[in-house]
Design a protein around this ligand. Sequence first.
Ligand code: FA5
Length: 349
Amino acid sequence: MTHPASVELAALRDEALRLATNAADDAALDAVVQAFLGKSGRLKGHLKRLGSVPAAERPALGKAVNDTVTEVEAAIATRRKALGDARLEAALSDPGFDPTLPGAPVARGTLHPLTLVDQRLDEIFRSMGFYVLDYPEVDSEHYNFEALNIPADHPARDMQDTFWLNDGNLLRTHTSAGQVRTMKAFAPPFRAIFPGRVFRYEATDASHEHTFHQVEGLCIDRHVSVPHLQASMKTLLSGVFGREVKVRLRPGYFPFVEPGFELDIGCLVCDGAGCPVCKRSGWVELLPCGLVHPNVLRAGGLDPDEWQGWAFGLGLSRLVMMRYKIDDIRHLLAGDVRFLSQFSGTGLE
Ligand code: FA5
């Protein structure tokens, strides 16, 4: 004799199939799914009846429940497709619908000018055998100052007003904070650049931001020289500008290099005539650099009698301003898409 549980299953199957096949819309189909197929739905719930069925009949009934679930799912899918097809058919036969009209335009984003120039620099330096490294924006006093030959009482600390954090760490004031980290991480000789965002607690104007971008360059080898450093900076500039640009090199002081230099670029916003960006001088401070100080090599675990190095700290935000003749640095991080969308198709993609 057929067990009552099998009879009930047959009735459930008929009811579910009837509801699925006749469902008027997707909501009605969703209701069938919920009522019959959900974990506590009527069909799956039927498995609980297995306990009351004689052991010999259990496998067959279990299989019958599973087969019924599959059958009902298929009926729901078929009905869903039919409803979708009917909707599409109705839309296509609407006399107001013209499939030959162009679609709505999709607005495409553009790369930020900082990204465009940074990508170009990565390419130039990778081709010369440099690693491209990334370091934390929150760093320690040790890497940002002490390891760079700037002890706590050193007047050079005032050159870069610092955002200090409550835990004693700081927001790095320059990408030079990565120099000693790099010396500790790689066996010399090596060369690397490390681009990144830096922070200074200072008033803003057309050429100063509290948050701006730099790219550090560091080369450690047995016999490095100022001409090698100069050649690398020249390659950098001609790669970004695609032509010779006016520069001047003058002595500069930074505790972590000896000798130190400042490389200035002739202001390209005003072509040297004088503007707020160059503070009417015709020159913009762009690329300080020098030979790595022996104390910094020592902090990085290197013997200054065996290893030397050069380093530069490029003002990337200012380089971008020069490349695109941007007359105020504050545009760069203001996030105005009307401004930012102007730079694609201008040669650096
Ligand atoms: C430094 O930050 C040194 N770490 C650079 C360095 C590296 C020297 C390696 C020697 C060897 P300085 O504070 O001058 O130096 O900043 C470097 C460049 O960042 C400047 O030439 C300028 O182009 C840019 N810069 C500095 N302050 C700002 C600012 N507030 N807004 C935008 N750009 C800035």
